[in-house]
Design a protein around this ligand. Structure first.
Ligand code: SPV
Ligand code: MN
Length: 628
């Protein structure tokens, strides 16, 4: 260890903590810890290497410091975020860029010199009198080409506890990779807290991502999406590196879809937040590898994916015993779960919007003491739980966890799915004509109606390429080009599909039930394995009624009528044309370096739609389509 890092660490760490840190043969790690412990000035530092005692210590501290409270079920705790800190803060989250670098208008950036000074000022001495936790993790399975070691400093025992559930421990990965390790660094402080132990100084909330040093700073916030370093903060760093090295970091679930004869076909799926990603990954009868973030790499002309995480920070709104039996069971069993921003009754039971049973008349929720009918400052009724309320648990506590979750090779991907919240344009499931067509028309032009996962207005249609716009750290045009290039030189590229769970009729009623998606995944599995045909539309390939009907019968024990099918799968030409015009304008005005092929593919799609309209009118029934 170089001085003065050694001197600082000696002064700041206990002999055991120092020994743990010094055992990692990486001077850059020592310097990082020394630099930030000095700046933050905690009263004491706990260095966790992920032993059972370390994990227990952090669990206990979360209770002792009041960031979590115990619930009636053993192992369950509740954490509240500040009423104004219930989602990702897009405005105050920025990629730090040197002068002259422009990532385009869709990506929030901050001038690097200014931001570093700003954050250092906010963070100087912010942990005075507090305990800091230093933990080591690994993104992706250990011992693998995917592995990225990470180190986190935080003064929030809730954040450290959450990370212990959500991520693989990484101390041994630091030891294995030694001085050459490329590692990510996270510095978080919740800042001053109020009497409810929630971050108080939200006006000084900052989340800054420094690509140059692979450091993310987060301060004066507790909400997981702003603070859990390895989640969406690491994602920006990983996207940057992946873009230079020819692999992909995606906002994607990874799941095994179980086909006939015990066959398992692995799919990844990208959905904006609060659009059914977790419920898809948790479909009954299938197996889950991950519900949020995937790394994808190519090997021997094939695509392999891993889950970056090993736990779930899932949305709890709407979870009920009928639609979500596995989550329901896990959420009602003893074991380690952190609930956040749900209602807690005086008996220590939890309730959330859409849960079975009656809403309890009173309790504590994200707004403090709560009773039915309570209104916020603007006179709006406060629901029993926040729509972005969450639960944190380990995937190992789920009965449907896929046995290959920790496979260092990853799983070979047969299909990639894109889906958004779209009330009037796309049909429930459609395959693209190929990789390029899929990346462009299913991924790059994806739109979705906004949700409560980010602060701001809900229900506004927004363009969200690959559901990844919030997390991009490179220009959008380049990101799309990298996705297009990734499909080159593949022996049998994964099929690309679009799904839409949110299609509505003219009266605003959903055309599908929540569980109909089970059938779409079985159909995709059969398509990937060449076992069903399809009908060709101007925008892709849709299922035939005769293939869906028996699947509905078998999987859902449901009579699927021809009328339902025709309504759900009709080609909505005016809406598709309008969408092309909307997104073309965005690409022309807001995206630098759009790959020219994007415009060509959209033009060709527009031509096909116009020809179709000429022949069949505005709305085309699947009965009029040609089998393929
Ligand atoms: C999302 O919002 O996409 C999430 C939760 O998965 S967060 O950690 O806030 O990103
Ligand atoms: Mn997410």
């Amino acid at each position: 260890m170089e001085r003065p890092a050694e001197e600082i660490l000696k002064r700041r760490l206990s002999p055991l903590a120092l020994e743990r840190v010094k055992s990692i043969p990486n001077p850059r790690l020592h310097e990082f810890l020394a630099r930030y412990l000095e700046l933050l000035n905690p009263e004491k530092v706990y260095v966790s290497i992920g032993t059972p005692e370390d994990l227990e210590y952090i669990r206990k501290k979360a209770l002792e410091y009041g960031e979590e409270k115990p619930l009636a079920t053993p192992g369950h705790t509740i954490h509240f975020d500040n009423y104004g800190d219930q989602g990702r803060d897009k405005k105050n989250t920025g990629i730090l860029v040197p002068k002259g670098v422009d990532l385009g208008p869709s990506i929030e950036t901050k001038d690097r010199d200014w931001a570093l000074q700003d954050i250092q000022e906010i963070m100087r001495g912010i942990m005075t009198g507090k305990e800091a936790f230093v933990s080591f993790y690994c993104l992706g399975p250990a011992n693998s080409i995917f592995s990225i070691p990470c180190v986190q400093i935080t003064d929030s025992s809730y954040v450290a506890h959450s990370e212990n559930i959500l991520y693989r421990q990484g101390y041994s990965e630091f030891l294995r990779q030694g001085p050459d390790a490329r590692f990510f660094k996270f510095v978080h402080s919740q800042g001053e807290v109020d009497e409810r132990k929630t971050s108080k100084n939200l006006d000084k909330r900052r989340i800054y991502i420094d690509l140059e040093e692979d450091i993310v700073y987060s301060v004066n916030t507790q909400y997981g999406g702003n603070t859990i370093g390895l989640k969406k903060l690491a994602m920006r760093l990983a996207i940057y590196h992946a873009s230079k090295e020819g692999w992909l970091t995606e906002h994607m679930l990874v799941m095994g879809v179980h086909g006939p004869g015990g066959r398992v076909t692995y799919l990844t799926g990208a959905f904006p937040s609060l659009c059914g990603k977790t419920s898809t990954a948790m479909l009954e009868g299938e197996s889950i590898l991950g519900d949020d973030i995937a790394y994808l790499r190519k090997k021997d002309g094939r695509v392999f994916a891993v889950n970056v995480e090993q736990g779930m920070f899932g949305i709890i709104q709407g979870i009920n015993s009928k639609d979500d039996p596995i989550q329901w069971k896990a959420l009602h069993s003893p074991g380690e779960i952190i609930f956040s921003n749900v209602l807690v009754t005086p008996e220590g039971k939890v309730h959330w919007q859409g849960k079975d049973g009656e809403v309890p008349p009173r309790g504590e929720n994200h707004s403090g003491e709560w009773w039915i009918g309570k209104k916020d400052e603007s006179g709006k009724e406060i629901p029993c739980s926040h729509p972005n309320a969450r639960f944190t648990l380990s995937l190992s506590s789920l009965e449907n966890v896929d046995p290959r979750l920790h496979d260092p090779q990853g799983v070979e991907i047969g299909g990639v799915v894109y889906g958004g919240r779209d009330s009037d344009t796309s049909c429930p499931v459609e395959e693209s004509f190929g990789w390029e067509h899929g990346i462009i028309t299913k991924g790059a032009i994806l739109e979705s109606e906004t949700t409560a996962a980010t602060l701001g207005k809900v229900g506004v249609r927004e363009w969200n390429p690959m559901s990844n716009l919030d997390f991009l750290s490179i220009p959008v045009g380049r990101y799309i080009q990298i996705n297009l290039d990734f499909g080159k030189e593949l022996k049998n590229p994964p099929r690309i599909f679009a799904v839409n769970y949110f299609l509505k009729d003219a009266n605003g009623k959903f055309l599908n039930e929540k569980n109909d998606k089970k059938v779409w995944y079985k159909w995709m599995e059969l398509r990937i394995n060449g076992e069903v045909g399809a009908l060709e539309t101007p925008t892709g390939l849709i299922p035939k009624y005769e293939d869906l009907k028996p699947l509905f019968q078998k999987i859902l024990n449901k009579e699927y009528t021809k009328e339902e099918y025709l309504e759900q799968f009709k080609v909505r030409i005016p809406e598709h044309l309008a969408k092309i015009e909307r997104v073309k304008a965005i690409f022309e005005e807001k995206v630098k370096d759009t790959p020219p092929v994007l415009f060509e593919v959209l033009e060709a799609q527009k031509r096909r739609l116009l020809e179709f309209r000429e022949k069949f009118g505005d709305y085309v029934s699947p009965d009029q389509l040609t089998p393929k």
